[in-house]
Write a protein that binds this ligand. Sequence first.
Ligand code: PRX
Length: 644
Amino acid sequence: MTIYPVPSKWAAKAKIDAARYEAMYGEAASDPDSFWRREAQRLEWMTPFTKVKNTSFDETDFGIKWFEDGALNVAANCIDRHLAERADAVAILWEGDSPGEERRITYRDLHEEVGRLANALKANGVRKGDRVTIYLPMIPEAAFAMLACARIGAIHSVVFGGFSPDALAGRIQDCDSSLVITADEGLRGGKKVPLKTNVDEALARCTSVSRVLVVKRTGGDVRMKDGRDIWYHDALRAVSADCPPEAMDAEDPLFILYTSGSTGKPKGVLHTSGGYLVWASMTHEYVFDYRPGDIFWCAADVGWVTGHTYVVYGALANGATTLMYEGVLNYPDFSRFWQIVDKYQVDIFYGAPTALRALMREGDEWVKKTSRKSLRLLGSVGEPINPEAWEWYYRVVGEERCPIVDTWWQTETGGTMMTPLPGAHALKPGAASMPMFGVKPVIVDAEGCELGGATEGNLCITDSWPGQMRTVWGDHERFFQTYFSAYPGKYFTGDGCRRDEDGYYWITGRVDDVINVSGHRMGTAEIESALVAHAKVAEAAVVGYPHDLKGQGIYAYVTLNANEVESAEVRADLVQWVRHEIGPIATPDVIHFSPGLPKTRSGKIMRRILRKIAENDVSNLGDISTLADPSVVETLIASRAVDA
Ligand code: PRX
């Protein structure tokens, strides 16, 4: 493996060099109060805090509070406070799905748009603490909507536009949203996404929603329901732009974002105001070595946490110019990303390994016909990056000039937890490398014993950091059970991890029943319950398997009801069914018809065996003698060749 030392230019100029990293890491660990008191000054507080950290992961006095007696407004920190110096600087650079369509929103414009929308929300009955669901494409209104909620203290829940009406309905019901903000249609790669129609279908099941604001994006024909649906532009016209920001306690909720776990329905991850914004702003500055004036492009959708923290909150808290791209990587062709980089002279590009693998497969020409000279730093997020993709990113995209920050984190962590810092750490392709300030990782074995030195096991974090989620919406007990009960006193990430002889951390992937498909996180249980909801299905078990492009693919073992016949039509129907139930991101790659599933005598499905068969690694299945019917395994192995 090649190791890339810190380039001397970076060591000399970066905000954080090796010595500074050691000093800051040390201080955050030994004296968190003083470290975070200082870092929190990056924000403007309406009421200064006196208490910094009040956290415990122990069951007896469990609780997570940061800056608890301070008050601030997140939107004011992302907008108003920049007006004095950079009102005319561009806050959001928007590139539409088709080349040539663009918008430039200055901080002054942003202030006006957000103020107006905030007043429109109020005029439509939204109050502090109410929930607002945002189901929008990647258009500036998505950021306006998030910030308008933050301005009046409403809690937003952004639902990715690729989710189905069913998935949307579940998320609206779970948090009882009173208002939904959507668009007539989305546009991705020239194709229309029927967002408003999806909302209509979802709302047939949601009684809590009394208002829907509809942004006109494509002008497509949509039905507006009298008394419920209002055009966004009409709602804004009716109100003033002057909306003073609400003073929010540091621990008041900022947003809910649903994410998949290993069991049950998706969890509403709750983030609060003060700690989250300190974490978002600090990591955005240090991880990307952000400098005022930089054009920052995080290519994630705002429907995911990466979009929340780095397209919107971290970038705008730092007064950056954040680029928002509506479209996809191959439209009109595979050069699009790099054309956008050239068009806007992007300094920092942050994307997902799955996108890089898709681009890599198309060949270097698409990249090489662009300049990319403006790029200074590259980032990767969402899933482990395979060394081959890393090398390609480094050599072809960055021309060996741009360090790559491989940032490991989770919806739950609010922002980056581990990464190499470009001026401080030599790069090892594929390694999430080193913990951020305030992050104390440990690797434990199955019994929870901490393992020292070079080792491999389950990744836990032993102490709180400001960006940590505070609860699962509506189910605090589930929060504790999910993250703090497996290894008492520690936050369990759900990830496997290796630490090498240099102390670098390497994320090896999920160790629970969560899979990561093209950087999208999914619970196998959700896909299973979608499958068994189909009239022809008796039972289903879903596992992940290695997939060249997607990182992991979805492999579904399906047992049909006794009177049903396995056929290509049924298979296609099941694939469509899952797409309809959850959304296209959950499309099964393989449906393996299985007359029986390997179960223990107590009826528990042996997923370990199913994973091995899906991976086509059947030489070492381990002990199968405890199965109720070991012959099931032979049948599955024999039929794999046919189905997979
Ligand atoms: O398994 C890890 C993987 O993505 C999971 C978190 O997914 P989500 O909550 O959707 O957030 C994704 C964006 C932050 C983690 O538990 N993951 C994320 N980043 C990396 C990663 N795995 C390896 N390397 C990474 N850089």
